[in-house]
Design a protein around this ligand. Structure first.
Ligand SMILES: Cc1cc2nc3c(=O)[nH]c(=O)nc-3n(C[C@H](O)[C@H](O)[C@H](O)COP(=O)(O)OP(=O)(O)OC[C@H]3O[C@@H](n4cnc5c(N)ncnc54)[C@H](O)[C@@H]3O)c2cc1C
Length: 485
C-alpha cells in the first residue's frame, strides 16, 4: 500500500512522480491539477510557434522513449500529446483531479501528516484531506508575469500574455505590438510577423541568440528509431553529452565560452545584414548571463519590411497603442511576452510546517532547499523542479527524474522511521557549497535575469553539471535527515 502521497501539478514533474509511484505498486496517491488537463507548461503555452529548445529525444522521460517525434525540436502539440499518452499508458487519469487547486498544506504535528486543502476551480468549494507526504510539482514557469506599465487596462484592443494566447483573435493584417524578446517571444514573433500587417517588437535588452538546428525526421529515420531502439538511446546520449560538454562549460566560464559567443555573433551577422539593426540586437553582457535564445527564425523575422524593433523606453499603454519616450506606436493588439513569476516558488499556496512555520516566511530572502528538494522544518514535503534546479543548457526532465528517484528512495525511510525532515546543518552545508559553485557561473555577471530574485540572489539555477546533480541525488543520505522515530 505505502504512504499516501499528494502530488501538486500534472506537468512533466507531477506525471513523472505519479508514474514512478504506480510502477512501484504504490497506488495511494492523488494528483491535484488546477488546469483542465495534464501537461503543465505544454498545456498552457499554445502561442504560435511554441516548442522546446532541447531536442525531444532528450526532453522526454528516459524510461518512456518515443520513436514518433516528427522532428528534432517538436512543437507544443506534439509534446503535449506525449504527456497525454504517458498519463493514459500508466492509467493515471483516475488518480488526477483536474480543475482542483491546492490552496494550502499544513503539517499536523500530532498526526505526523499533512492537511491538504484544495478548491474546486469552477465553484470555489474547498475540501481537506490528510496525506503522509506532499510532493510539489508546480514548476518554475507556471505563473505568467505581466509588466507594470501604466495604462495597461486602457488599451482599446485585445491584449494577452504569451502563455494565455487568445486564439479567438485573428492577427492577420493587423498592427501588433509584442513586448519582450526572450525565448517565447523569439518563437512567436516569426509566425506573428508573417500574419500581421505590421509588427512592433519592443526590446528592453537584446538576448544572445544561437541557431536552432531543427530538422524533420523522415519516415525512414523514425522507422530506425522504432525498430532499433538502441539508436534512440545513442542519439539521446549524444545530445546530452553535447549539452553538458559544451554549453555547460560556457556557462561556467570554461573553454567553450568564446566559442559560444562566436557562434552567436556569427549567427547575428549571417542573418541581420543591416548594421543599425545589428547594433540594436547585440548584447553588452556576457553570453549565458540571461537565458540564451535558441532560434533560427527570430532574426530573419526582425529583418522583414513589416517589422520594427523598438528600443525606446515604454512610458505607458494608451487606448491606441504603446507610448514610448519618442511617441505613440499604434497597435490593434498587444502581446505580452514578458515571462513568468519565476522566483516566487510555490506561490500562492500557503504551506505551513512544524510549529506553524510559513514556508514563505522561511524564504523571505530567497527560496532555497536541500538538493532543491527538501526544506528544514517541513517534514515529508518534497519539491520537484524546486529552487536551484533550473538549467540554462540541458533538459529539465533530466533533473525532475533525478528528484523523483531521490523521493522514491525516501519513501522506505519515512515508512519505517516516521516523517523525515532535512537537518538544518545539512541545509547550511548545502547552501555554502551552492554559493561557492555559483561564484563560477556567468549568471552572477551583473545582468538582470529571471534566474535571480529582487535581491540579486540566483534562486532558480543549478550551478553544477547535471552528472554531479545525478550523483548527489542518487539516493538519500539518512544522516542528513531527522526522523520522527
Ligand atoms: C514556452 C516554454 C518552453 C520551454 N522549453 C523548455 C525546453 O525546451 N527544455 C526544458 O528543459 N525546459 C523547457 N521549459 C521549462 C518547462 O517549464 C519544464 O521543462 C517543465 O515543463 C516543467 O514541468 P513541471 O511539471 O515542473 O512544471 P509545469 O509544466 O509548469 O507544470 C506545473 C503544473 O502545476 C499546476 N499547478 C500549479 N499550482 C498548482 C496548485 N496550487 N494546485 C494544483 N495544480 C497546480 C499547473 O497548472 C501545471 O499544470 C520551457 C518552458 C516554457 C514556458
Amino acid at each position: 500500500m505505502g504512504p499516501t502521497v499528494a502530488i501538486i501539478g500534472a506537468g512533466f514533474g507531477g506525471l513523472c512522480m505519479a508514474i514512478q509511484l504506480h510502477r512501484a505498486g504504490i497506488g495511494s496517491f492523488t494528483v491535484f491539477e488546477k488546469g483542465d488537463d495534464v501537461g503543465g507548461t505544454w498545456r498552457d503555452n499554445t502561442y504560435p510557434g511554441a516548442g522546446c529548445d532541447i531536442p525531444s529525444h532528450l526532453y522526454s522521460f528516459s524510461f518512456e522513449r518515443y520513436s514518433s517525434w516528427t522532428r528534432r525540436y517538436p512543437g507544443q502539440p506534439e509534446i503535449l500529446g506525449y504527456l497525454e499518452e504517458c498519463a493514459d499508458k500508466y492509467g493515471l487519469r483516475s488518480r488526477i483531479r483536474l480543475n482542483t487547486e491546492v490552496v494550502s498544506a499544513a503539517y499536523d504535528e500530532t498526526l505526523g501528516r499533512w492537511r491538504v486543502r484544495a478548491a474546486d476551480v469552477a465553484e470555489g468549494r474547498e475540501s481537506e484531506e490528510l496525506f503522509d507526504v506532499v510532493v510539489s510539482a508546480v514548476g518554475q514557469l507556471n505563473r505568467p508575469h505581466l509588466p507594470e506599465i501604466p495604462g495597461m487596462s486602457s488599451f482599446a484592443g485585445p491584449s494577452f500574455h504569451s502563455a494565455r494566447w487568445d486564439h479567438s483573435q485573428d492577427l492577420t493584417g493587423r498592427r501588433v505590438a509584442v513586448i519582450g524578446t526572450g525565448s517565447s517571444a523569439a518563437q512567436l514573433i516569426p509566425p506573428v510577423a508573417e500574419a500581421a500587417g505590421h509588427l512592433d517588437v519592443f526590446q528592453r535588452t537584446p538576448n544572445w541568440v544561437i541557431p536552432k538546428p531543427d530538422a524533420a525526421f523522415n519516415r525512414a529515420a523514425r522507422a530506425v528509431f522504432h525498430h532499433l531502439p538502441f539508436t534512440q538511446r545513442v542519439y539521446r546520449e549524444w545530445i546530452y553529452r553535447y549539452a553538458e560538454g559544451t554549453l555547460y562549460r560556457a556557462l561556467a566560464g570554461g573553454w567553450s565560452t568564446g566559442l559560444l559567443r562566436k557562434r552567436a555573433l556569427d549567427h547575428l551577422h549571417a542573418q541581420v545584414p543591416d548594421p543599425e539593426l545589428r547594433a540594436k540586437l547585440t548584447p553588452d553582457y556576457p553570453i549565458g548571463c540571461k537565458r540564451v535564445v535558441i532560434d533560427s527564425a527570430f532574426y530573419p523575422a526582425l529583418t522583414r519590411q513589416n517589422v520594427d524593433v523598438v528600443t525606446d523606453r515604454i512610458v505607458r499603454i494608451v487606448p491606441e497603442g504603446v507610448e514610448t519616450e519618442t511617441g505613440i506606436r499604434e497597435a490593434d493588439a498587444i502581446v505580452y511576452a514578458t515571462g513568468f513569476l519565476t522566483t516566487e516558488f510555490l506561490v500562492p499556496m500557503e504551506i505551513a510546517g512544524r510549529q506553524g512555520r510559513r514556508l514563505h516566511d522561511e524564504w523571505k530572502d530567497g527560496a532555497e532547499a536541500y538538493l532543491g528538494i527538501a526544506v528544514p522544518n517541513f517534514p515529508n514535503l518534497f519539491l520537484l523542479y524546486g529552487p536551484n534546479t533550473n538549467l540554462g543548457h540541458n533538459s529539465i526532465v533530466f533533473m525532475i527524474e533525478c528528484q523523483v528517484r531521490y523521493i522514491m528512495g525516501c519513501l522506505p525511510h519515512l515508512t519505517e522511521r516516521g516523517p523525515m525532515e532535512v537537518r538544518p546543518e545539512a541545509m547550511d552545508t548545502w547552501r555554502r557549497a551552492l554559493d561557492r559553485a555559483m561564484d563560477h557561473m556567468v549568471w552572477q555577471a551583473g545582468c538582470a535575469s529571471w534566474y535571480k530574485n529582487a535581491a540579486g540572489r540566483v534562486t532558480n539555477n543549478w550551478p553544477g553539471s547535471t552528472p554531479l546533480y545525478r550523483r548527489l541525488t542518487r539516493e538519500p543520505r539518512p544522516s542528513a535527515f531527522r526522523f520522527a522515530r
